[in-house]
Design a protein around this ligand. Structure first.
Ligand code: HEM
Length: 217
């Protein structure tokens, strides 16, 4: 496949993942509605297994495509320029643009930890066992008990900083790769990407921080 084809796949799979990150935040914000709101939502998601599993397979495929194409493109770039510049020229201007590989690796590490924590409940099983009065898995208690622990809340804030740093450059860059921009809208897309990633950062970190500060729970 050509580099252009790989770039398009990387951009499209990245945007699928951005869609998930937006929808996941909307669901997570139900923590502010109390235990019944969050637990009912989590239960409803599990209620239609075919839908849940097709969404999971689709998401996993997007992650696989995104990682495979970015690794291949990184290797191709290195091959095309076997010797590193003696003086590193910063063709890309922002911190987010220059750190896509490290921030991407940090996102991957964060997602693996997050799945072990909340989905497989293997990372902190003692915080994940409760069921509520209706016999449902008590997702609310799991989230609150977890974020009352400063090291866990801190790990999430760092993970979400990586997610949002990655999206800060990724969204505008994907729009450009997919040919959605012209000279006029290029800056608009870059700005929209930065704004969206910042809004996601604030929305996500508000959850561990408000629990850690005792405002929720
Ligand atoms: C405050 C931040 C977050 C909270 C409180 C949170 C909460 C949760 C919870 C409770 C689950 C398990 C749902 C269940 O099995 O009942 C979950 C699953 C998941 N989360 Fe998060 N999450 C957060 C941030 C993120 C971020 C930033 C990402 C992506 C970069 C993410 C990706 C996922 C994925 C991929 C799953 C698995 C979904 C599935 O079950 O297939 N989460 N999250």
């Amino acid at each position: 496949m050509s580099s252009i084809g790989k770039k398009a796949l990387m951009a499209a799979s990245g945007l699928v993942l951005v869609g998930f990150v937006i929808a996941h935040l909307a669901g997570n914000l139900l923590v502010y509605g109390g235990p019944s709101a969050l637990n009912a939502y989590a239960e409803k998601l599990r209620h239609v297994p075919p839908l849940l599993w097709s969404a999971r397979v689709f998401l996993l495929a997007a992650v696989a495509v995104h990682i495979a194409t970015s690794v291949q493109l990184a290797i191709e770039n290195r091959r095309a320029r076997p010797q590193r510049y003696r003086v590193q020229r910063m063709a890309e201007t922002t911190l987010a643009a220059r750190t896509m590989l490290p921030s991407g690796l940090l996102v991957l590490a964060y997602v693996i930890y997050h799945l072990l924590h909340f989905t497989f409940r293997a990372a902190h099983p003692e915080l994940s066992r409760a069921t509520d009065a209706l016999g449902r898995h008590d997702v609310y208690a799991m989230v609150v008990l977890s974020f009352q622990q400063p090291p866990i809340a801190f790990a999430y804030v760092v993970g979400m900083a990586a997610v949002c740093l990655h999206l800060n450059h990724g969204i505008g860059s994907a729009a450009q790769t997919l040919g959605w921009t012209d000279e006029r809208t290029l800056r608009w897309w870059a700005r929209a990407g930065r704004l969206l990633s910042f809004a996601l950062f604030i929305g996500y970190i508000s959850i561990p921080l408000s629990i850690l500060l005792g405002l929720v729970g």
